[in-house]
Design a protein around this ligand. Structure first.
Ligand SMILES: C[S@@+](CC[C@H](N)C(=O)[O-])C[C@H]1O[C@@H](n2cnc3c(N)ncnc32)[C@H](O)[C@@H]1O
Length: 228
């Protein structure tokens, strides 16, 4: 019995040691706190309180979902301010006519790129419905006109027409995406990956160090590999 308790305690200790588990725990505690705050807010049920409670509970559940169940998927986080600014600067220098964002989320990055490159056609591919719809509705309302979105799995989209590709995914998906891009892209195509190195035999032309150990990986498709 004592052994069982010891081994359970060890398991909990190991679990807590992993930084991502601590993040889970923080998320769950934060969510519980939001639910508690909501609960104490409620008092007599009127419409405003119901709406506030709805928003709080939705946010709490979303945090728990993103930090636990959805850990294996790519979150819909947008590239940070400094990374986005640098990515826009890099693609501007390359002056592509066609640019694709693989996993465009709610579209922040694509909007900035499309505005900075009015002569280019920019496309965001996003497989999840809500971020896709948010990006699409925003584009319909506020432009720019040289930007479009597609709801699709980018692994089944042929990227060979692109002159530049940007992406911000996770380690595993960026590895797979790299292999796909290596096979498909034409020589000289620029690829900028936020945070995660591409898989396949890509050699980065540049690795830019950003704040908080973040990195931008800059690649160019090489004619030799394309010819193979
Ligand atoms: C971290 S967000 C990046 C958003 C945007 N590119 C940026 O940098 O601001 C990554 C997005 O990629 C999407 N995604 C992941 N895998 C995908 C796939 N196979 N096809 C299409 N979208 C995908 C996720 O749903 C998520 O919204």
């Amino acid at each position: 019995m004592l052994d069982k308790v010891k081994s359970a305690a060890q398991q909990v200790g190991l679990w807590l040691k992993k930084p991502e588990r601590l993040l889970d725990l923080t998320g769950i505690l934060l969510a519980a706190y939001l639910v508690y705050v909501t609960w104490s807010f409620m008092g007599p049920l009127d419409l405003l309180h119901v709406i506030l409670a709805g928003i709080f509970i939705f946010s709490a559940l979303k945090i728990v979902y993103e930090l636990t169940v959805n850990r294996i998927n790519v979150p819909t986080l947008a590239s940070g301010f400094f990374e986005r600014r640098k990515m826009v600067e890099i693609v501007q220098r390359h002056a592509p006519r066609t640019l694709i964002d693989l996993g465009s989320g709610r579209g922040e990055l694509t909007r900035h790129i499309a505005r900075a490159l009015p002569q280019a056609q920019v496309m965001g591919i996003e497989n999840r419905l809500f971020p896709y719809l948010q990006a699409k509705v925003y584009q319909r309302l506020f432009g720019p006109k040289n930007l479009e979105y597609r709801q699709d799995d980018f692994f089944s989209y042929d990227c060979s027409a692109a002159d530049a590709v940007v992406l911000y995914l996770n380690t595993k998906v960026a590895e797979r995406a790299g292999e796909k891009l290596r096979r498909e892209l034409k020589p000289g195509t620029l690829v900028v990956s936020n945070r995660f190195a591409l898989g396949g035999d890509w050699a980065p032309a540049e690795i830019l160090q950003m704040l908080f150990k973040a990195k931008l990986f800059v690649y160019y498709q090489n004619p030799k590999v394309f010819a193979d």
